[in-house]
Every structure is written in C-alpha cells, then in structure tokens.
Ligand binder design. Structure first.
Ligand code: F6R
Length: 349
C-alpha cells in the first residue's frame, strides 16, 4: 500500500533513509564474507542496465579508489555483443534490482562460462540472477513497485560502497561514515517542499541538461533518466567537463541546466562549467551544500543538502533529482508509477 503517499514512487523515495539503513545493517554484520581477495582480480567488470548501470558507475569510482583494481562498467546489452576478453582472472559484478533483466543475466552467464567469478547484486531473493551467479549480495530495499527505480538505486550504492571498503583494514571507519548517511538523507527529504516549488517552475520545458563531475556525473545521468522516463521531458545527463565538446551548443535562455555541485575535489571545475552556462544565458538549477552562497549566487534555483564526505555525496544529491522529476510528472498529470512504454522487469533482449 501507498502509506498515505499519492504514488508508490513518492513513498519509495521517502523510504530511502530506512532502506539504505537496512541495507547497511546487512553489511555491517558481515553477512556477505567472500572467500577471496577482491584485490587479487586483474579486473572488475560491472554489468547492468538503466538505473542499475548508473549505480555501477558510482561504484566504479569507489572500487578504483579503495580497491585499486582496474574497473570497467558496461551496459549489459553492449557487453554481450562485443568481443571483451574475459577469463578466470576477472570478477564480474552484475547489478539488477529485479534480477531478471535478460541482458544482465545473459552477459553475466557468458562471463561465468568463460571462467569469471560472478557476484550479483539484486533486490529480489530467488530471482534468476540470484540463482545463476556464484555469489549474491542483496540490497535490502524491500519490493519496489514504482517503475522508476529510486530506493533500489540508493541501496545498490550502499552495497557497492560496503563492498569496496569491505576488505580494508580500516573498514569499520568507512562503515561508520556510511552509517551516518540515512539521517542525512532524512534531512534532504525534509526539504521536499522546496524541491517541489522549484520543480513547478519548470513543468513547461521541453528539454533539460543535467551536469556533474566525478561522482556527480552518474547522479546527473540518473537525474536525467528519472525526468525523461516519468515526465516525458527530454533530458540529457553529461559529464560537466564534456559540455564544451558539443552540448554547449544547446544552451540558450530556454535551457534549464541542472548542476550537481557538492563541495568535492571537482567543485571549482564544476563552478567554471556553470560560468560557461551562464555566459550562454542558460538557466542554472543547482544541488549543492546548504549555505554555499557562491553556488547559490550563480543559480536561478538552488537546492541545499547537508555537507557530506565527498565519497558519499551521491546518496544525498540523487534525492532532490528524484523528487524534481516526480513533482514535474505529477503536476503534468502523468501516471508516475506506470510510465508509458516501460515495464518494471525487462525480460526481452
Ligand atoms: C529506471 C529503471 C530501469 C531499470 C533497468 C534495469 O528507473 O527502472 O532503467 O533500472 O531496466 O532493471 P534491473 O535493475 O531490474 O535490472
């Protein structure tokens, strides 16, 4: 049931502090001890589709940083038909909320046949991918009814972060930091009305651009995907640094540009990209740390989130983008939980 919310999607967005908390608990209690050293693989390949792919992209930065293992993230549908050399020196992590996505399943199976170790990251126990992989890491997000993935995304992040730090000597310190995330997510949700106010100014737009760097790049992709799939507004996510290589041509006084700009290692760079947008009269909507007057002064609309360790920012920055898409789609009177042309589980290849 919707528990008083108008749509399952909104309910699921609001459940995230709890679902991320539940997921973290599972990994703090070490219910997933793996019988091998992650660092010993020559390569880690993350395979997924859609939102799960975006979670994989975020995870790839953590894996590189904490495990120092070369990592690749591929759309499962691309991996399947490319001649990617895979053997028993590789670890494949197949990420799928449903555990039934055909492309993800078959790409994982093909890697397994070639000798790779396959870990699946699924939300549905007993799903095909759960059964077909060597090891399963569960996202304890509970059933997700809205077709647009929200709470499973943040739970996938929680598992990927936990996994990335799981074999480090100071793992407990990292897990402690992660454990502070659910309360911060609650704070972000406390600001939902403000996100709604901002969203309602943009319901008549036909296009939007989403920009971010480093960990905010996959968040920008995810924000754009949420918007297009439920509101049918064309949106594109881009690495902010790539804007000048093409998409900048699209910017004019009618183009809203959503910029994800927490104070992290690339903050100054992102601000330079905002300058480029402003020079072309683009409309900047930013998500950044509350109290960031500099960012605020450059933005038409600003959504503040609590300051957070740079590695953990995606847990917080994605929430305003989920809400932004939701409020626009709802205002347009669209079927938020059942968007046209989409199915919750994609078993066609
Ligand atoms: C987006 C969305 C889809 C799924 C994709 C993969 O909101 O729901 O893009 O993320 O179909 O699904 P799973 O994770 O079940 O493999």
């Amino acid at each position: 049931e919707k528990g008083g919310f108008k749509h399952f999607m909104l309910k699921e967005i609001f459940e995230q502090p709890r679902t991320v908390g539940d997921t973290i608990k599972g990994y703090i209690s070490r219910d997933y001890i793996l019988p091998f050293k992650l660092r010993e693989f020559r390569r880690i390949i993350l395979l997924a589709c859609g939102t799960s792919y975006h979670a994989g992209l975020v995870g790839s930065y953590w894996i590189s940083k904490y495990l120092q293992v070369p990592v690749e993230v591929m759309y499962a549908s691309e991996f399947r038909y490319a001649d990617i050399p895979v053997d028993d020196r590789d670890l494949v992590i197949a990420i799928s909320q449903s555990g039934e996505t055909a492309d993800t399943r078959y790409s994982a199976l093909s890697a397994k046949e070639r000798g790779a170790t396959v870990i699946s990251l699924v939300n549905v126990m007993g799903s095909a991918l759960d059964r077909e992989s060597d090891y399963t890491l569960y996202t304890h997000a509970g059933p997700e009814i809205g077709v647009a993935a929200t709470k499973t995304f943040t739970s996938q992040l929680a598992v990927l972060y936990s996994l990335s730090v799981s074999q480090l000597p100071n793992r407990d310190e990292y897990m402690e930091k992660l454990s502070a995330v659910p309360n911060m997510m609650e704070e972000v949700l406390g600001n939902a009305e403000n996100v709604k106010k901002v969203a309602l100014k943009y319901t008549n737009k036909k296009n939007m651009l989403y920009l971010g760097r480093y960990l905010s790049y996959p968040v920008a992709l995810e924000g754009a995907l949420k918007l297009k799939e439920i509101s049918y507004i064309h949106a594109e996510g881009y690495p902010a640094g790539e804007m000048k290589h093409g998409p900048i041509a699209l910017i004019d006084e009618n183009m809203p540009v959503v910029v994800v700009a927490p104070k992290d290692r690339v903050y100054e760079k992102t601000l330079s990209n905002i300058e480029e947008v402003l020079t072309r009269k683009g409309i900047v909507i930013s998500v950044g740390f509350a109290g960031d007057e500099r960012l605020k002064s450059m933005s038409k609309d600003f959504i503040g989130i609590p300051s957070v360790d740079e590695d953990l920012s995606p847990f917080l920055t994605v929430i305003p983008l989920q809400l932004f898409a939701y409020y626009i789609a709802d205002h347009l009177g669209l079927d938020v939980d059942q968007p046209r042309n989409l199915a919750k589980t994609v078993t066609v290849e």
